[in-house]
Structure formats: C-alpha cells, structure tokens
Design a protein around this ligand. Structure first.
Ligand SMILES: [Zn+2]
Length: 87
C-alpha cells in the first residue's frame, strides 16, 4: 500500500537543528521530526518516517511520508496554534 503523504513545514528556529512540523489528523496535534543540522540540506531529510502517534492510529506500524509543505514561520499564527483541523 502506498504510504500516506503528509505536508511537513520547516521550522528553522531551534538554535542547534532544523525540524519538520507535521499535522496529524489522528492525534489532532503537531508532530515534530528532525530535519538535520544547521549545515545540512533539510530537503534531504524528507521521506519516510516512523509515526509519532498515540497507539492504534492509521500510521501505526507503517509510518508516513513527509513531503515539503512550506515554511513553518509563514503559516498563520492561528494555524500554528490550532493545526490543520478540517472545518
Ligand atoms: Zn499522530
């Protein structure tokens, strides 16, 4: 089965690394995944990840695939707070 693709938003604000922030519909929260060091190309860290979900979710055991969604700092503040909940 094809892996689910989730948009990942690049957050360069941590001082010692970059991180991807991924909205999870199942957990209803942002999950954070490493995007490498400051001197590395974060785009090379996209792709398959083990899910950071609470047990029993749709990604359990198979993970998901991160695709570039944009820059975290460019998301509206309300979206960063509340996530990408479906209306
Ligand atoms: Zn989750």
């Amino acid at each position: 089965m094809k892996e689910v693709e989730l948009p990942a938003f690049l957050d360069r604000s941590p001082s010692n690394c970059n991180v991807w922030r991924v909205w999870c519909d199942y957990c209803q929260r942002w999950h954070t995944h490493g995007a490498g060091g400051k001197d590395e190309d974060p785009m090379k860290t996209l792709g398959h990840r083990v899910a950071h979900c609470k047990p029993g979710g749709p990604y359990e055991g198979r993970g998901y695939h991160l695709v570039y969604g944009g820059l975290w700092q460019e998301l509206p503040p309300a979206m960063r707070r509340q996530g990408l909940r479906r209306q």
